[in-house]
Design a protein around this ligand. Structure first.
Ligand code: MG
Length: 369
C-alpha cells in the first residue's frame, strides 16, 4: 500500500469543564487530525500532544513540523504491506512519538477499513466491551471533589482516578476513603514528587488506593523502584514508558506493577501492542490512559483497550463529558455496568464528520508524495 494523499487539520475546541493537573490547567484542547488516503480507502488519526509541553515535549506545532519534515516524506517512499511497517519505517527518527502515532493510527484505521474488519480485530482484541474509568482533575475544594466523585459513580464508572498535587495528596486520599469506603480509586501525581517525599506516600498507604501513577520524575525508573520498596500502594508508570523496552526494564527493576498505556506516548498502536505484550508476559496488568481525546482518538483507545491484558478500567470515558462539538457521528457512551461497547464496523467503527472537521479547522495542509 502506498500513501497517496494526507491531510492535516488543526482543531481547537473548548472543554466543557477546565481540567487541572499538577502540570497545568487546561481549558481548550488543540489537536492535529490526520486523514490518510490510499486506493479509495480513508483512515483517521488524532494527535494527543497538548498545547503546552508539560506532559511531554510535543505540542501541536511540533507534531505538524515532524510530520511534514520527516515522517510523511519517509512514509510516502514506503510500500506498506502491514500497519506494523509504519513503526519500522520511521524508527530511525528519534522522539516525536505523538507525531508518529498521529499518522500511524490513521494508517491502522485505513488497513482495517480495507480488510472490512474492526480495528480491534486487526490488533488482536478479545473484548466486546471495555472497562471504563474516569479521570477527575484537581477540584477547587475537597467538598467539590467529593461531589464530583459521587456524580461520576452514578454515571457507572468502575473506578475513579484523582489528580493530586503537592500539599493536597494525603488530604485527597483520606477524604475519599472516608466518604467512599468501597470505592476503587487511584491517584495520579504526574511527576510532581521526589523520593524524599516517601513519608507522604506512606501516609497514603492506609487509604488503600488501587495504585499511584507516576509519582516521581517523568523520565525516571530507578527512583520509582526504590519508592516501591518502601510503600505498599502499587506504582503505575505512565510518562516514563515510551516503548516495550522501557516497560521490560521498569518491570525488571521493580519500578512498576501496573502500566498505563497511551498509544500517543509510545509512538502508535504497534508499539502500544508491544508494551501490552511485554506486560502480559510478566503478568503486569495494563490499562488505557486518556488524553482528553476528541472522537477519533477516543475511538482508537476503545479498540486498543479490547486487548486481553487491559484488565483494569482505563481513562476511556463518555464523549459527552468533554466537548460540546462532536467530530464523530456516534459518540461513545458508558453503560450502567461501567463498560463501553467496542464498535463493530470497519476500522475505528465510527463516522468522522468530515464537513464539521473542515469547517472548524484552524489550519489545513495537504501533502502528497
Ligand atoms: Mg498519568
Amino acid at each position: 500500500m502506498k500513501l497517496e494523499r494526507v491531510e492535516l487539520f488543526v482543531v481547537r475546541l473548548p472543554l466543557k469543564r477546565a481540567y487541572e493537573t499538577s502540570g497545568a490547567r487546561e481549558t481548550h484542547m488543540t489537536r492535529v487530525l490526520c486523514r490518510v488516503e490510499s486506493e479509495g480507502a480513508v483512515g483517521w488519526g488524532e494527535s494527543v500532544a497538548g498545547e503546552l509541553p508539560w506532559y511531554s515535549g510535543e505540542t501541536p506545532r511540533t507534531v505538524l513540523y515532524a510530520l511534514e519534515e520527516f515522517i510523511l516524506p519517509e512514509l510516502f517512499k514506503a510500500d506498506l504491506a502491514r500497519p506494523e511497517d509504519v513503526h519500522r519505517s520511521v524508527a530511525w527518527i528519534r522522539e516525536h512519538r505523538m507525531a508518529k502515532a498521529t499518522v500511524e493510527m490513521a494508517i491502522w484505521d485505513l488497513f482495517a477499513k480495507r480488510a472490512k474488519k474492526p480495528l480491534a480485530a486487526l490488533l488482536g482484541g478479545t473484548r466486546e466491551r471495555i472497562l471504563c474509568g474516569v479521570a477527575i482533575g484537581i477540584q477547587p475544594s475537597i467538598d467539590a471533589l467529593m461531589e464530583t466523585i459521587a456524580r461520576e459513580r452514578e454515571g457507572g464508572y468502575q473506578r475513579v482516578k484523582l489528580k493530586i498535587k503537592p500539599g493536597l495528596e494525603v488530604e485527597i486520599a483520606e477524604a475519599t476513603r472516608k466518604r467512599f469506603p468501597d470505592l476503587d480509586f487511584m491517584l495520579d501525581a504526574n511527576s510532581a514528587y521526589a523520593l524524599r517525599d516517601v513519608g507522604l506516600f506512606k501516609r497514603i498507604d492506609p487509604t488503600r488506593p488501587m495504585m499511584i501513577e507516576q509519582p516521581l520524575a517523568y523520565d525516571d525508573i530507578v527512583d520509582h523502584a526504590e519508592l516501591q520498596k518502601q510503600i505498599h500502594t502499587p506504582i503505575c508508570l505512565d510518562e516514563s514508558i515510551h516503548s516495550a523496552d522501557d516497560a521490560r526494564k521498569a518491570i525488571a527493576i521493580g519500578a512498576t506493577k501496573i502500566i498505563n498505556i497511551k498509544a500517543g506516548r509510545v509512538g502508535g498502536l504497534a508499539s502500544a501492542k508491544a508494551v501490552h505484550d511485554v506486560a502480559a508476559a510478566h503478568d503486569v496488568p495494563v490499562w488505557c490512559g486518556g488524553m482528553l481525546e476528541m472522537g477519533i482518538g477516543r475511538a482508537h483507545n476503545v479498540h486498543l483497550a479490547s486487548l486481553p491484558n487491559f484488565r483494569l478500567p482505563g481513562d476511556v470515558s463518555a464523549s459527552a463529558r468533554y466537548f460540546e462539538t462532536e467530530i464523530i457521528a456516534e459518540p461513545f457512551t458508558v453503560e450502567k455496568d461501567g463498560t463501553m461497547r467496542v464498535p463493530t464496523g470497519p476500522g475505528i467503527g465510527v463516522t468522522v464528520l468530515e464537513d464539521v472537521v473542515r469547517k472548524i479547522a484552524l489550519e489545513r495542509q495537504e501533502l502528497r508524495p
